[in-house]
Structures are given as structure tokens and as C-alpha cells.
Design a protein around this ligand. Structure first.
Ligand SMILES: [Zn+2]
Length: 497
């Protein structure tokens, strides 16, 4: 366990390069008091690349605790995560200084360490689990201000946070309204400086895409969002979190659907449907899969409103049924099918087995098989009005995020008689009527007859431990789960030629 934590801590200290260079040496502490064992972001700026040391000191320059040792920083802005501990010791509560040393130069700032969270302090040291990082959609934001409100941008990407997710799903959302009708497929350029002549850093889609207002000015406001760049957008910047200016008069608040909302997690490839305050049903999806030629296939993250019900449309030989628009060319629709030679039968074999993994050109493909709660894409279509303004939160699969490994006693279900699938629910729509499912714990899934079972395509059960570990290794901090997209982003942002 000790090794585990050391390894994780080492991972946490890898620097993340952030866009936009600033020549002065500086360090910024977390805005909130840092609670030991909870992860917080430290930002620092270097005039040139080099090795840095971060130290917690008292007012007189005496060392209280190392924060990070021999970290490689890039020229410009850097971020690193710290959990308020060193070699398993918590930093003492108090108002201290955070000192950054880079070569002969140093910078420092105030940092507040809070007492340990009661739940953490009460746990015996031996049972301390590996750290779980708390990521938000704005995790790599270089904005140095503070947003103390709860919204999409400050909400931790943790599906267990049902209450807070519901608050965010139903709160007002700020969208772009340019004062014209039918602008769902119109985009506005986000400018580097508050001026119409300033270069573009990204684009935002009108009416449906939510923006994080950082600084509201009279004429121009500083906002952030993921750039909704498609192949034909004016600024090409593939799903990059950008900050920049748009005219303040374009900002408009909308009240979303108060009965229903959805979270799409690009890491787990699942749609979490929330209804009347709680997580109601979990469905398998496929979001976009980028490639060298089409980096814009990656589904753009952010918060959106579901608006126009487009209906069925064809894409090559695939038919996508029940499509609802949420971001320009990105729609939520049923997993596509191919029409059989008889012109009537639908063949789902091409796309359906890929649900639960990235596969689309940017749209979100939703399962057609009914969950135990009876939900599928047809159900969603039927439940939503024409312009329902249902909020959709799309969580970015930030490098460093990890899928939680289920507890050993998590209940699963199967039938020895049917013997093909393991299920997440005792009553599954995919099970023949009259067939009774027996319960067994997740901890036994790799043993005996359970080892051969496949995950049921109806009830979206948890993945096997080895599968989760494989995904987690790909997403481990400091790695790169999508080098093709990383390469494509090197030439961004750039204007469309
Ligand atoms: Zn099932």
C-alpha cells in the first residue's frame, strides 16, 4: 500500500503544460484552504523550462514540509496536484507560505492549510486507500480567479455526487444569443483580447452551448469553454478548453428542463440519466473517436442544451434514428443501423457491439436495448418535448482520471440456465420472462462459471477488474491516452483556410 501511494504521489507531481506563456516566475496557491489528503491544484509560471522545488515554509523562511522535489517545469504556465501531505504525513493546519525555487530565483505566496477532513482523520492509517484525484471540467484552466459557486465547471466529475449533479443540471445556464432566430448551427469566435480585431482562440456554438463567465465587462466578457471546433469552423482548436472574450450583449441566461438532465462521461462511455433529483438509469454510449485525418471526430466536451428534434438521418450506409441536436453537428441519437436487403429489417451488428467505447464521428450514439428502468434512445425521444432545453453535461476524459474499481461485495446477477451474461440488476429487460437471476458478488466474477460471462448489453453492468485496469493504465497521470489528437492539436489554434 505504501508503495502504491508513493507511486501515485510521484505521478501527481508531473507537470501539465498549459497554453499561453507568461515570462515572470510566479506561484499560485489553491484559492480554497487545502485539506490534507484532498487534491488541490497549484499553478506556477516559469520564464524558461527547468527543475523546480516547492516547499511549505513558515513566515521566517523555515521549512515546514516539502511539497514537490525536482519537478520538471515547462516555460510558461505549469500546474501540479498536491494533496497536502509528504511521506504520508499531513501538513499542519495554519497560514503558511508556499515557496517556489527555480535555479537561483524564487517566488512565494500565502497558502492556507485546513485541518484534516473528519472522515479522513478518523480512518486508521493502514486502511488509507490510494488517492482519488478530484477532476473538474476546468481542471487545466489557466484562469487565476476564483469561482466559489457550484456549476458545471467546478463540479467534480464523480457520478456519486447525485445531489450536486442535480443542482447543476437544473441551475440556469449561460448561452450565446446573437439576437437572431435559428442559430443552433451558428458559431461565435472567442477572441484572445477584448476586441473584434483580436485573433480567435476558439469557437462557441449559439443557443445550445453553455459558457463559464469568468469576468463580465460592459462591452466584452472573459469566458471559458471547450472550443466547439468542427472541420469547417472559423477557428480550428479540437475540443481544447479555451479562455477568451466575446461581446457581453451575447450572453443570455436560460432555464433548463427541471425534470430531467443527463451526464455523458467520455471516460466511462456511459450516459447517466437524471430524473427528479436522482440518477435514474445508466446507458451505454459511443462518443467520437478521432483519427489522424479527422481529429474533429472527438466529441466536444462542455455543457449543452438539447434542442431541435432532427429525427432520423443517414450517414453513408448507416441510419441514425431519433436524433436530437445539442451542439451544431453533434447530435444525440440511437446507435446506427444498416438497412437489410429486404429494405425493412435493421442490422445493428456494425455499431452496437462498440457501445461502451469511442466509435462515432462526434455524435453520441445511445443504446436501443432497454435498461432495467425501460430507458433507451426511443424513450428519451418520447420523453422530451421539441425544444426541451434538457441539460447535457459532457465530462472530458482528462488524462489522470481513473475509473473506480467496484467494491468486492457489489451485487451482480446471472442465471446458470442462460449462462451468457452477467447483469447489474435482478430484473433485466434482456432476460426472458420467467428466468430468475441469482445474485453473486463482484469479487467472485473471475471465478468458476462467472469467469466466462459477458457484460449484458441491456443493463450496462460494471467492467471486469482487468478491463478497468487496462483503461486506467491508458489514462494514468503523465501518460497520453490519445497521442493522435495531441499531435493534431500542436497546430492549433489556427483559422480555417
Ligand atoms: Zn442485463
Amino acid at each position: 500500500m505504501r508503495k502504491w501511494i508513493c507511486l501515485l504521489l510521484a505521478c501527481l507531481l508531473l507537470p501539465l503544460p498549459v497554453r499561453g506563456a507568461d515570462p515572470e516566475l510566479s506561484v499560485i496557491a489553491p484559492a480554497e484552504p487545502l485539506i490534507p489528503w484532498e487534491t488541490a491544484l497549484i499553478r506556477y509560471t516559469l520564464p524558461e523550462a527547468g527543475t523546480v522545488q516547492l516547499t511549505l515554509t513558515d513566515g521566517e523562511g523555515r521549512e515546514i514540509m516539502p511539497v514537490a522535489r525536482d519537478v520538471q517545469g515547462v516555460a510558461g504556465k505549469n500546474t501540479l496536484f498536491w494533496n497536502g501531505t509528504w511521506e504520508r504525513e499531513s501538513a499542519p493546519a495554519g497560514v503558511w507560505r508556499l515557496r517556489l525555487d527555480a535555479g537561483d530565483a524564487h517566488a512565494e505566496t500565502e497558502i492556507v492549510i485546513a485541518g484534516e477532513a473528519p472522515a479522513v482523520a478518523a480512518r486508521p492509517a493502514e486502511s488509507l486507500e490510494p488517492l482519488r484525484l478530484s477532476f473538474t471540467p476546468a481542471t487545466t484552466s489557466p484562469w487565476n480567479g476564483r469561482d466559489a459557486s457550484l456549476n458545471y465547471w467546478t463540479l467534480p466529475m464523480d457520478i456519486h455526487e447525485e445531489e450536486r449533479i442535480w443542482q447543476v443540471l437544473t441551475a440556469p445556464i449561460t448561452v450565446i444569443n446573437i439576437g437572431k432566430n435559428s442559430t443552433e448551427k451558428t458559431q461565435v469566435t472567442i477572441r484572445k483580447e477584448p476586441s473584434a480585431d483580436s485573433e480567435g482562440v476558439g469557437v462557441v456554438t449559439c443557443e445550445t452551448q453553455g459558457v463559464h463567465v469568468l469576468e463580465r465587462g460592459e462591452e466584452w466578457s472573459l469566458i471559458e469553454c471547450y472550443s466547439s471546433s468542427f472541420h469547417d469552423s472559423k477557428i480550428l482548436n479540437w475540443n481544447v478548453l479555451v479562455q477568451g472574450y466575446i461581446p457581453t450583449k451575447y450572453l443570455k441566461e436560460e432555464i433548463p428542463n427541471q425534470e430531467m438532465g443527463m451526464v455523458i462521461d467520455k471516460l466511462t462511455q456511459r450516459l447517466y440519466l437524471f430524473r427528479e433529483g436522482r440518477l435514474y438509469s445508466t446507458l451505454l454510449v459511443s462518443t467520437g473517436l478521432s483519427n489522424k485525418r479527422q481529429p474533429y471526430n472527438e466529441t466536444r466536451s462542455g455543457e449543452f442544451l438539447l434542442t431541435s428534434k432532427v429525427g432520423d438521418f443517414k450517414s453513408d450506409n448507416l441510419t441514425c434514428a431519433k436524433a436530437i441536436r445539442f451542439n451544431d453537428g453533434d447530435l444525440l441519437h440511437e446507435v446506427p443501423y444498416v438497412l437489410a436487403a429486404d429494405g425493412v429489417s435493421r442490422i445493428y451488428d456494425t455499431c452496437e457491439p462498440k457501445l461502451g467505447t469511442k466509435a462515432s464521428h462526434g455524435c453520441i450514439r445511445v443504446q436501443r436495448k432497454k435498461t432495467p428502468e425501460g430507458v433507451n434512445m426511443y424513450w428519451i425521444w418520447d420523453s422530451l418535448k421539441k425544444n426541451s432545453k434538457t441539460r447535457l453535461l459532457i465530462w472530458e476524459d482528462w488524462q489522470g482520471r481513473q475509473i473506480e474499481i467496484p467494491a468486492e461485495d457489489t451485487p451482480l446477477y446471472w442465471s446458470a440456465r442462460e449462462g451468457t451474461y452477467y447483469h447489474s440488476a435482478e430484473q433485466c429487460s434482456g432476460v426472458k420472462e420467467g428466468l430468475v437471476l441469482a445474485r453473486f458478488p463482484y469479487g467472485e466474477l473471475e471465478t468458476g462459471a462467472y469467469a466466462k460471462l459477458k457484460p449484458c448489453p441491456y443493463c450496462a453492468p460494471v467492467l471486469r477488474r482487468a478491463e478497468i485496469e487496462e483503461i486506467n493504465a491508458k489514462y494514468a497521470f503523465g501518460g497520453d491516452h490519445d497521442p493522435v489528437l495531441t499531435e493534431a492539436r500542436k497546430s492549433c489554434p489556427r483559422p480555417l483556410k
